[in-house]
Design a protein around this ligand. Structure first.
Ligand SMILES: Cc1cc2nc3c(=O)[nH]c(=O)nc-3n(C[C@H](O)[C@H](O)[C@H](O)COP(=O)(O)OP(=O)(O)OC[C@H]3O[C@@H](n4cnc5c(N)ncnc54)[C@H](O)[C@@H]3O)c2cc1C
Length: 417
């Protein structure tokens, strides 16, 4: 066959072979943070992403760097609350560039959230108290200092020093930092080597095959971990070693309008021991402001149709925000469904903290919350005994390969009406 210059290059790609210490599969916040940590440690590491970075959970996350207040509201303090309470400070160190990953280019939407009630029965500070020794606690603000949209709320309005970050921007920052270590491709097979380690065959998204020989694999593919674990079923391991996954569904609401019609608002409306609705603000590509509506509204919304959830979002905001006109013609509404992928627990309860499990040089990660990604990366690190790269660190394992892009946020793909 006559080979032109370009087909010759393709031929070279077909024969592509890469040696790594660690191959991470899945490029959401957990995979990208783990990649950064392994590189900092001096291990030769690459990441393969089959779709777009953060597709599924991370791009949909509301971006709240929780410090445990949610746990305190319900009065039930799981073990994981301690891990969460250390996270806002850990993120702060990255957001200010004091620590890797360097997230100084990440957009912080607000340094603090509001917390308010729909009735005046109990005070917010009394409810939250110091039940879990929170690193961040709310402080009630004077009525005259409330934002316009919260002026008529009957109960306390408090400020909670939990930052809200822009998820597309944190994913883009990590993508740019590690571009040459990211591969856009689909894992086709995983086989165990007799001398230890794995050979992973990947179909890159420009159609050529890449063979990766790696000492270990980190599964950080969110809901995709389930099928990846199935790919490993032919490799003997005790049944107990393989973790199982559960999905907890959400049906999120969204409302959108010009910034004059929809003010910036980030926070939780609290009712009893639960967040009735969590509102975070983003800016769409055309300059519109978008509110994402989560909390109990989204959890209970799974049973509702799109139309019913749209109507419920309107009535929820009308009662959570007395000064908000949910029927304004300047606003449009949408919903989207998304599942949270987690370790399987009894009765589908939320796991306590970040889950990381290792068997036979395969490490499975479900961070449970975006804010726990640093904690998950450290737990992965603790399972790795290797101290330095065998072949010297390869800093650009996938330089000639296609790079995945960051997923589009839900407000750019939703149907608005
Ligand atoms: C609506 C919503 C709001 C949330 N808000 C918050 C919040 O405010 N604060 C907070 O702390 N947490 C929040 N969370 C939780 C948080 O988003 C998740 O815990 C976190 O993003 C999970 O990250 P991940 O990297 O494990 O998974 P994902 O973000 O799902 O990433 C998995 C990645 O793996 C890729 N992948 C899948 N299969 C394969 C495969 N076979 N091969 C290669 N790649 C694959 C996917 O394309 C994706 O890029 C929210 C979750 C949801 C759904």
């Amino acid at each position: 066959m006559f080979l032109t210059g370009s087909s010759h290059r393709i031929n070279q790609h077909i024969m592509s072979k890469v040696n790594l210490d660690t191959l991470i599969i899945g490029g959401g916040i957990a995979g990208l943070w783990t990649l950064d940590r392994q590189i900092e440690r001096g291990l030769s590491t690459g990441l393969v992403e089959s779709g777009r970075l953060g597709e599924g959970q991370s791009i949909s996350a509301q971006g709240i760097l929780h410090g445990g207040t949610k746990y305190a509201l319900s009065g039930i303090v799981p073990t994981g609350a301690r891990e969460v309470s250390a996270m806002p400070k850990r993120w702060e160190r990255s957001l200010t560039g004091a620590c890797l990953p360097d997230l100084t280019h990440t957009r912080v939407r607000t340094p603090q959230c509001h917390l308010w009630r729909t009735d005046s029965v109990r005070s917010i500070v009394g409810m939250v108290g110091a039940k879990v020794g929170l690193a961040v606690t709310p402080s009630v603000i004077e009525p005259k200092n409330r934002p316009e949209i919260l002026k008529s709320c009957p109960g306390d309005v408090a400020l909670l020093p939990e930052q809200v970050i822009e998820m597309p921007s944190v994913l883009e920052t990590l993508r740019r930092t590690h571009e040459d270590r990211l591969l856009h491709g689909t894992v086709q097979s995983i086989s165990k080597e007799s001398k230890g380690g794995y050979t992973v065959t990947i179909m890159a998204h420009h159609g050529s095959s890449v063979t990766v020989r790696t000492n270990r694999i980190v599964l950080a593919a969110g809901r995709g971990n389930e099928s990846l674990l199935r790919l490993l079923e032919h490799i003997p391991a005790s049944a107990r070693a393989r973790p199982e996954m559960q999905l907890r569904p959400l049906h999120m609401g969204m409302v959108r309008g010009a910034p004059e019609a929809l003010p910036e608002l980030n926070g939780h409306c609290v009712d009893g021991g639960q967040t009735r609705v969590t509102i975070t603000s983003s800016t769409a590509r055309n300059g519109d402001r978008v509110w994402q509506l989560g909390g109990r509204l989204a959890e209970e919304g799974c049973k509702r149709s799109e139309e019913a959830q749209r109507l419920e979002s309107m009535s929820c905001l009308a009662s959570a925000l007395p000064d908000f006109n949910a029927h304004s013609e300047a606003l449009t509404w949408a919903t989207y469904r998304v599942d949270r992928a987690e370790l399987k627990t009894r009765r589908w309860a939320r796991p306590d903290g970040a889950f990381v499990n290792g068997f036979d040089d395969v490490i499975t990660v479900w961070p449970t919350k975006m804010v726990l990604a640093p904690n998950a990366a450290e737990k992965v690190d603790a399972l790795i005994e290797q101290t330095s790269s065998d072949d010297g660190t390869c800093s650009t394992p996938f330089i000639e390969q296609p790079t995945p892009v960051v997923a589009s946020p839900p407000w750019e793909t939703a149907r608005w009406s």
